[in-house]
Design a protein around this ligand. Structure first.
Ligand SMILES: *[C@@H]1O[C@H](CO)[C@@H](O)[C@H](O)[C@H]1NC(C)=O
Ligand SMILES: *[C@@H]1O[C@H](CO)[C@@H](O)[C@H](O)[C@H]1NC(C)=O
Ligand SMILES: *[C@@H]1O[C@H](CO)[C@@H](O)[C@H](O)[C@H]1NC(C)=O
Ligand SMILES: *[C@@H]1O[C@H](CO)[C@@H](O)[C@H](O)[C@H]1NC(C)=O
Length: 302
């Protein structure tokens, strides 16, 4: 009797399991049929990511800290770009709006990556930056709380306007996205106008501040060599633990920017994910009282 009950129970459990798998299968098939494009494109993005892992393995980069850069000859562009950067962060008469960046610089928590060309449209240049970011992520936890990766370009060969730098910067992020070794995370919208959008690379959310030689009024965004200060967003989460904390940090940045710059702070400087704001307008601030709109509705566009 017991054996019969047991065997019935087994049969029941077995068919239940099959049924469940079957239902899952049906759901999956329905899913694929309802949005075949979405499904195929996610497969494609995943295969591109794994191809990128292999490709980036072959790219060589060197991340340098302050002590190493300070050994460069004073007549190299790297050393000169680094010295100018230090002057911008530690100006005697003004406080650089990102006090964490200055603190990180003074405490040798910044990593520097020197690109070989100002041509950010070149895929090989983007590959070096991509590998640099991956390497930086590996070591960032040991670099202190105010760490950033400072990506610097050689002295400009041609003069570019702020708008040209803006376009160049976004096309560079678009290229980085193509080289990403990880798929775009599901919980971050791809729509660059969305309040919850932020740049992701190597499955890490990031903030980027761009400094260019063309900025003349927003001095906190000026540098003689275009440079990009890359910060993983999880660092902010450690620094700003409450809403109040974040709001006061935004206020501090705005006040310091008002003192540092020749024009008023950009209305786009805002805390992450506030309604009506988006990070895509904060990475590159224009040199006038105007919003810089990201030219890509999504970095996934071809
Ligand atoms: C980071 O910078 C802030 C602001 O200057 C400072 O208060 C803090 O001590 C720094 N943290 C570390 C770990 O250096
Ligand atoms: C920059 O790189 C792109 C892609 O390799 C190339 O087509 C373009 O001619 C380069 N521009 C300059 C100014 O070298
Ligand atoms: C992207 O987000 C913005 C802001 O939320 C919204 O107005 C726009 O319609 C969105 N675009 C798409 C294609 O969903
Ligand atoms: C900047 O532009 C905004 C919107 O166009 C305007 O409301 C504001 O008064 C301007 N600020 C300055 C300082 O020109």
């Amino acid at each position: 009797m017991e054996i019969i009950i047991l065997s019935h129970l087994c049969t029941f459990l077995f068919s239940f399991a099959i049924c469940k798998t079957y239902r899952q299968l049906v759901r999956k098939v329905e899913d694929v049929l309802s949005k075949p494009y979405g499904y195929l494109s996610s497969l494609w993005v995943a295969s591109r990511a794994s191809a990128n892992v292999k490709m980036l393995k072959a790219v060589h980069v060197e991340l340098l800290d302050r002590q190493v850069v300070e050994k460069y000859d004073t007549d190299t562009w790297q050393r000169q770009a680094y010295e100018s950067f230090g002057t911008i962060l530690c100006a005697r008469d003004r406080t650089f709006p990102c006090i964490y960046g200055t603190k990180g610089y003074k405490a040798n928590q910044l990593d520097f990556l020197f690109l070989e060309s100002t041509n950010l449209s070149d895929m090989d240049v983007a590959k070096v930056a991509a590998k640099g970011i991956v390497e930086y992520h590996k070591g960032a936890s040991t670099r202190g709380r105010n760490t950033s990766l400072v990506i610097m370009t050689p002295p400009p060969i041609v003069e570019r306007s702020v708008d040209e730098y803006h376009k160049l910067f976004w096309s560079f992020l678009w290229r980085l996205r193509k080289l990403d070794p990880k798929p775009w995370p599901e919980h971050v919208p791809e729509n660059t106008s969305d309040a919850h959008w932020c740049f992701n690379f190597d499955d890490t959310q990031a903030f980027i501040a761009v400094l260019t030689p063309a900025h003349q009024q927003r001095l906190s965004r000026y540098a003689p060599n275009m440079c990009m200060i890359y910060q993983p967003r999880y660092l902010f989460d450690v620094l700003f633990t409450s809403e109040k904390n974040r709001a006061s940090a935004t206020k501090t940045v705005r006040n310091l920017a008002d003192k540092y710059d020749l024009i008023r702070h950009s209305p786009d400087i805002s805390d992450y994910a506030l309604t009506g704001s988006t990070e895509s307008r904060q990475y590159f601030l224009l040199d006038e009282n105007e919003t810089a709109h990201c030219p890509y509705p999504s970095l996934e566009v071809e």
